[in-house]
Ligand binder design. Sequence first.
Ligand SMILES: Nc1ncnc2c1ncn2[C@@H]1O[C@H](COP(=O)(O)OP(=O)(O)OP(=O)(O)O)[C@@H](O)[C@H]1O
Length: 133
Amino acid sequence: MASPDKQISKNHHFGQSLKHAMAGLFGVYLREGNFRRESLMALFVFFCAWWFKVGRFQWFILLLAVMLVFLMELWNTIIENVVDLVVGQHFDVRAKRIKDMSAGAVLVASAIAVVCGLYVFFPPLWQLVTKWI
Ligand SMILES: Nc1ncnc2c1ncn2[C@@H]1O[C@H](COP(=O)(O)OP(=O)(O)OP(=O)(O)O)[C@@H](O)[C@H]1O
């Protein structure tokens, strides 16, 4: 039987699948600087949500926005790794196109997250500003 590190057969139970999925997530966190920066940003957003005491619906919007960005960053990392696996260290126009499109998808997700952030934080921020002036 293959050692657990070199397993290539299907996972046998949910615990094993979960362990590999968590290892995948942790690996992305360790290797991808963007993923770590986005995690910090998410913590800051959640802190602001707690500070402004936003409502349940607003929390829901923020959680979805943050998860969308994480999901797209994961997807981008997957695409980059698959492209590197296929192309290796060679310049390839199609590899460039695929990687750039994938990065573009992260950009779109980030823009959606910014819109969600504005929807949630603009009213309390505006209230704060009008209180001061
Ligand atoms: N094999 C290749 N052939 C052609 N262009 C490539 C190749 N590999 C990378 N590139 C170009 O270099 C850019 C950065 O490469 P890559 O996506 O691997 O780095 P990254 O820093 O992890 O990117 P990101 O900031 O999107 O996470 C790509 O968007 C693409 O334009």
